[in-house]
Write a protein that binds this ligand. Sequence first.
Ligand code: GRF
Length: 213
Amino acid sequence: MQTPSGHPVAPAPGARLVVLASGGGSNLAALLAAHDDGAYGARVVGVVSDKPAAGALDLARDAGVASVVVAPGDFDDRAAWNVGLADAVDVFRPDWVVLAGFMRILAPSFLTRFPGRVVNTHPALLPSFPGAHGVRDALTYGVRVTGCTVHVVDDGVDTGPIIAQATVPVLDDDDESSLHERIKVAERALLVETVGRVAREGLRVDGRRALVG
Ligand code: GRF
C-alpha cells in the first residue's frame, strides 16, 4: 500500500488512526508517544494536513509515519477539497479519524465516508465556546473553569456527541496563551486516554450520548 506521496504504509496492530492536524501537533505527538505500546490498542498510520508548513508533518516524518498535504488552494472549491481530503484519508484505511488541531470545517461529503468514526478535540467545555477561538471566548466571558472536550464530529461546528471532558481552572493572571498551554496539557492526556479506550472498546452513540464500550 502506498500513500498519495508514495510512502509505504506499514501493517499496524490494533485500530488504525489517521490524524488530521493543521498546527504544531502537540496532540499528535502525544498519540505518537502512546502508540508504540502494544497495549494501547491503536496506532497512527497516517497524518494529513491542510497546511504544508504544519509542524505535525515534521513529527510524522520523525516518527516514520506517512503523511500527506491536502491544501484547499490546490482544489477548485471547498466541495472538491472535501472529496480530495476524504480520498487521501481513505488511502490509510482508518478505523478512526482523529482531528487534532485541524482548523477546517468538514463537509457532510467527508463525514459520510467515515460514518461515526471521526472524533475531534476542542479546547473548551462544549457546548460552551465552540469554534476557532474557544480559549479566548471562555476567557473573555469570564468563566472560572474551562477545559477540553473530545467529541464525535457531526456536520455542525463542535456540536457532535461528547465522549469525554476534562476541566481546567482559569487563573486570575491568565491570558489566552497561558490558559491555552494549560488546557493543552489536559487535552493531550484526555485525547490519548479517550482515543485508546474508543479503539479498544468501541463507541456507541445513542442520541446525544456517546458511550465507550
Ligand atoms: C489544540 O488546543 C486544539 O484543540 C486546538 O488547537 C490546538 C492544537 O494544538 N484546535 P496542537 O497543534 O496539537 O499542538
